[in-house]
Design a protein around this ligand. Structure first.
Ligand code: DAH
Length: 346
């Protein structure tokens, strides 16, 4: 039996080294190790061996089986590698060529205009500052001279994260409803004189439609110094508009009320889309673009700036609205939709 097993080992290994393909390997495997293979039929004779010989032959046949199996696996790996090489170097494939290039991204229109305005205002000596989106009620309202019972504080306008202990108490926390609290933070931090802009996201409890979203962007401007007045404000606002639209824009100033400025104004611009009235300007040829005014003495005091020595102006630009006007975007919901059909146009 030992001779028969040794012979089988020999011929199986020879057959394996002669196998030229995966299919041939498989044939050899079946021939020797298969259910009706040669090794199996030899093993059937184990029963007729003596008690001493039986375990020895059993052990030897296991050893042979393991050796043949290992050698099959070894050969199979070789075939796989050859196949891979052949595939790689096959006709029409050059592994040294660079892979397909990823599509190039673009900047969101909001980012573009924000960066342009940051450049413009930095060139005029303004700091670009930032504030938190989760803001203290006292910064968002109280320091800005907005009274405790002002309707803007109510939960149908403001998204409260921690409600004040009683309405208007000033100890709540909310998603900032405008960028104006950055005026307060910047003035307290840097003091007067100061020139800053503060672009950023703001949040309101809004039902969404073509002109309202719960999240949108504003840019605050603030200048505090000696003898700062309305003419300085007008100059800054007009410069800003020329920056955005790339040409002179006709503007007009109307009175407007905001608790943190006195006097307060609304700046309108001549409609850039029409001569004699259209949907955007609702037939009036003017569009409301930017509120602003002279910083209220209460605000200066709340920020430890002496209104006897300093005065200032502030304005609030609806950045989202400005971007929509410049690019002719007709629905504010596109802006933060993340929709590639929208984004790929810029
Ligand atoms: N914060 C105001 C708003 O969100 C806009 C505004 C008005 C900002 C007048 C100002 C300002 O700085 O002077 O409606």
């Amino acid at each position: 039996m030992r001779d028969a097993l040794e012979e089988l080992r020999q011929s199986a290994l020879e057959a394996l080294s002669g196998a030229g393909s995966d299919a041939e390997l498989r044939e050899v495997e079946v021939q020797y190790l298969g259910r009706n293979g040669e090794l199996t039929s030899l093993l059937k004779q184990l029963g007729s061996l003596s008690a001493e010989e039986r375990p020895l032959m059993g052990k030897l046949s296991n050893e042979i089986k393991g050796e043949v199996q290992a050698s099959i696996q070894e050969r199979r790996k070789g075939f796989d590698e050859e196949k891979l090489q052949a595939d790689l170097l096959g006709e029409g494939f050059d592994p040294t060529l660079p892979g397909p290039s990823a599509p190039a991204g673009g900047l969101h229109p909001l980012t573009r205009i924000r960066r342009e305005l940051e450049d413009l205002f930095s060139s005029m000596g303004f700091y670009v500052v930032d504030g938190p989106e989760l803001e203290m009620e006292s910064n968002n309202f109280d320091a800005l001279n907005i009274p405790g019972d002002h309707p803007a504080r109510e939960s149908h306008d403001t998204i409260w994260v921690r409600e004040p202990s009683s309405p208007g108490a000033g100890d709540g926390t909310c998603m900032r409803t405008h960028t104006s609290p950055v005026q307060v933070r910047a003035l307290r931090k840097f003091g007067a004189p100061l020139k800053v802009i503060a672009p950023g996201r703001v949040f309101r409890q809004e039902t969404q439609d073509a002109t309202h979203d719960h999240t949108f962007h504003q840019m605050e401007g603030l200048v505090v110094g000696k003898g700062v007045g309305v003419s300085h404000m007008l100059h800054a606002m007009n410069t800003l508009l020329e920056g955005v639209f790339g040409r002179k824009v006709e503007t007009r100033l109307r009175p407007g009320f905001f608790p943190f400025v006195e006097p307060g104004f609304e700046l309108d611009a001549r409609c850039p889309f029409c001569e004699d009235g259209c949907r955007v300007c609702k037939g009036s040829t003017w569009i409301e673009l930017m509120p602003g005014g002279l910083v209220h003495p209460h605000v200066l005091k709340a920020c430890d700036v002496d209104p006897e020595h300093f005065s200032g102006f502030a304005f609030g630009l609806g950045l989202s609205r400005m971007v929509m006007l410049r690019y002719g975007i007709n629905d504010i919901r596109w802006m933060l939709s993340g929709d590639l059909r929208f984004l790929e146009q810029f």
